[in-house]
Write a protein that binds this ligand. Sequence first.
Ligand code: CMC
Length: 435
Amino acid sequence: MTENGSGGKNSLTIRDNRTGREYEIDIHEGDVIRAMDLRQIKVDEGDFGMMSYDPGFKNTASTISTITYIDGGKGILRYRGYPIEQLAEHSTFLEVAYLLLNGELPTQSELDEFVHDITNHTYVHENIRTVMNGFRYDAHAMSMLISSVAALGTFYPEARDVHDAKNRRLQIHRLVAKMPTLAAFTYRHHQGLPPVNPENELSFTANFRNMLFHIGGGEYKANPVVERALDILFILHADHEQNCSTTAMRVIGSSDADPYSALAGAMGALFGPLHGGANEAVLKMLRRIGTMDNIPAFMEGVKRKEERLMGFGHRVYKAYDPRASIIKKAADEVFEVTGRNPLLDIALELEKIALEDDFFVSRNLYPNVDFYSGLIYEALQFPVEMFPVLFAIPRTVGWLAQWDELLEDPELSIARPRQIYVGSAQRDFVPMEKR
Ligand code: CMC
């Protein structure tokens, strides 16, 4: 038992009033107790032992990680110790990807090698186009992407050897590199346009936009403001510790599933409107509100809990999401080039009301990353169905960094939560004619 700074023991004494027994439970770094330590608390020997019940994992740490740090009360987000504001200002997406995957910022030669590796894995097997062509013209881009990532795994059967670190690294490079290619294919399919192959001389974001929007001959001309804005958005979305989709990635990965299957599962979790689908939901909400004079009635509906103010609130941030502040600033720069998105005024007014209204203030509801990102995406000509896809491309890096960390974890064990059964007690089968 260790002592804390004030001389007391770093432990909890729990008294079970059913039995009068006392238990001493260690407190670990970060004010944490191990849930398994509760199991010793029993009424008698036949008892299973005490469990904790935590729907939605609101107060349960599922892992020990060195990747991303969030202080939700203070609005702090850091990747590997570096503040998100500094990375968004000084770094590039691929440099941040290297940082998340390797733990340190790269030297110039390390970065060059990493960029080279990613650039040389951007092509996908031709048969993926056959998979893509099987979808109807109006299939959702995210559904197509999820399916094609799972399908991609069939081309790399060796990916199932997940305990070989070198092999894992190869699959990581493949997935980070091919994700924009697959994402662009979904868009071109939707538009009824032939796919555009990757151009290896272009940057990560310029190549992505070329694969999306290139029509006819001529070279792709990158607009530096647009490329940088997209790069910043990718940096901001690259990781966010143990959120719903990352937890899905780790849960699936814990069964030693291959990374393509695990990633497809994580993407499914991201697609939901309460998670990565929120940027799409925000834009649809802003369009539905339509004009400034509809705002008061909409906000009254939110306060009556008939609907949610999408892009607001967060499980962890109980302050302004630092990513939202950076995006708001980036939006101004983008709008100078593309023209102002008229929905911005509605968004700004919703934010202004919410930051002053007791309903939102008392619940610590602030804009999250999705509140303004959709407005930039729209200004950059992305259709709304591409928004979750634009979240998934950079988050692939975070999911894979977390998956890689998981497989190196000495405490790795298959995720298998407990339940509290409240269904029927044992009863005998009733034949059909007697029901
Ligand atoms: N609009 C109106 N009320 C809200 C909202 C909202 N966006 N978010 C939470 N509340 C209310 C909720 O009704 C509840 O009120 P009460 O205490 O009276 O029951 C209270 O605030 C706490 O909400 P909660 O649902 O218990 O909070 P949570 O931590 O379970 O949910 C959330 C977090 C993000 C799912 C939720 O805030 C939400 O649905 N927001 C809108 C969707 C959204 O923007 N999601 C993107 C999240 S950021 C991107 C990402 O990381 O995925």
